[in-house]
Design a protein around this ligand. Sequence first.
Ligand SMILES: C[S@@+](CC[C@H](N)C(=O)[O-])C[C@H]1O[C@@H](n2cnc3c(N)ncnc32)[C@H](O)[C@@H]1O
Length: 211
Amino acid sequence: MSLQLPDSGAPTGPDGRRHAPSADRNAEAILAVLRAEAPTGRLLEIASGTGQHAARFAAAFPALLWQPSDLDPENLVSIEAWRRTAAAPNLLAPIALDAARPGWPERYPSEAVLIVNLLHLIPDEDAASVLAQSASALTAGGTLFLYGPFLRDGRPGSDGDADFDASLRAQDPRLGLKDRAWVEAQLLAAGLRPRVVEMPAHNLMFVARRA
Ligand SMILES: C[S@@+](CC[C@H](N)C(=O)[O-])C[C@H]1O[C@@H](n2cnc3c(N)ncnc32)[C@H](O)[C@@H]1O
């Protein structure tokens, strides 16, 4: 099922690049966390979407080998189009990856994994699988960066988040914002030590390190 999201219908440019306004809005705040944590080595970006973040973030971290990925073949076209225009030789060609489906971590060992605005769009069991597998893809000392809107003690952080959550659940009752405590429990069970950073617009960033 194709979900109706705030950025649905983002136009495709003549060169194949699609543009999601939300990816521009949150980019600087996400970059600030990445800069503070200074990841090195290989970074696997799960659910890269249009590819805007991959192009911008890879250019900001020239020493990081940036691997974008997505489930959706149409997104891979847009990610590749952004890659062609990015001044970032460290940005690899996108790969098709269903991150909820078991079996991929041994193919993509990574010093860092980045996931932006995915978990609320998939059922709990898929979200748990994405987190467990991301954790096992991390090399020793590696870090998972997980950004998005989350519930706090079962409640949305704002009226906007409440509306968004309701619209997702109306489209599919298995979807919707995950609770912060549930996410922390999944990360701990996967052997990571999570820290939570408050982000603009009531979003959260989990920074979870493998021992
Ligand atoms: C709201 S978009 C976020 C895209 C991008 N991270 C951003 O912030 O602009 C959600 C993305 O998750 C991808 N996606 C959904 N289920 C997935 C899965 N199981 N594995 C990998 N990607 C998935 C979709 O194709 C879509 O590109």
